[in-house]
Design a protein around this ligand. Structure first.
Ligand SMILES: [Zn+2]
Length: 179
């Protein structure tokens, strides 16, 4: 059965995400780089996107928070749509005031992937399920506001990209309290 409290919590979360996205502004037409710039301006610190080759078993993206810069790493092998989803998810964490995985003072935007691996920072152990769900909702709303959701017939998409769209659709359609 649905829980009224959970439905209300979900509605509050979506309102919260919409409010912060209204402040930041979602570019239309959609432009991920432009959106990153806007989020960075909103936070007052630069955001660097670093595609890299991630080890097996690692999450396919992470937000690494340095003292003065935020770094989003994502799997360089991800299809473009999937990579955008990963980045939007991590931006969602930022916009919702979550805390990134701390990097300490050593981070530079071009820190070699091998160093990242050695540092063991690629495992997003710091987030609880609630924050993960919140970031997913944020990512889906970013795309919805950008007019990107379900823009292409699913059958026309490569399987990997169709899976991303399906995942968005599930988040968007998720009925809190069910599943
Ligand atoms: Zn996350």
């Amino acid at each position: 059965m649905r829980s009224l409290a959970r439905r209300r919590a979900h509605a509050r979360l979506r309102a919260r995400v919409r409010a912060v996205l209204a402040e930041v502004g979602v570019p239309r037409p959609w432009d991920l780089a432009e959106f990153c710039d806007r989020v960075a301006a909103h936070r007052g610190r630069p955001i660097h996107l670093v595609p890299t080759r991630l080890p097996a078993g690692a999450p396919d993206g992470a937000w690494l928070a340095g003292p003065t810069v935020d770094v989003i790493v994502y799997d360089a092998d991800s299809p473009a749509l999937r990579a955008e989803h990963i980045v939007c998810h991590e931006l969602g964490h930022m916009l919702l005031g979550h805390t990134g995985t701390g990097l300490g003072p050593v981070i530079t935007p071009d820190v070699p992937a091998a160093l990242l691996h050695r540092m063991g920072v690629l495992h997003r152990t710091g987030y609880d399920d609630e924050h993960e769900h919140e970031a997913e909702v944020a990512a889906s709303l970013i795309w919805k506001l950008a007019g990107r959701e379900l823009v292409a017939p699913r059958r026309a998409l490569p399987a990997a990209e169709a899976a991303v769209v399906d995942r968005f659709a599930r988040v968007m359609e998720r009925d809190p309290g069910v599943g």
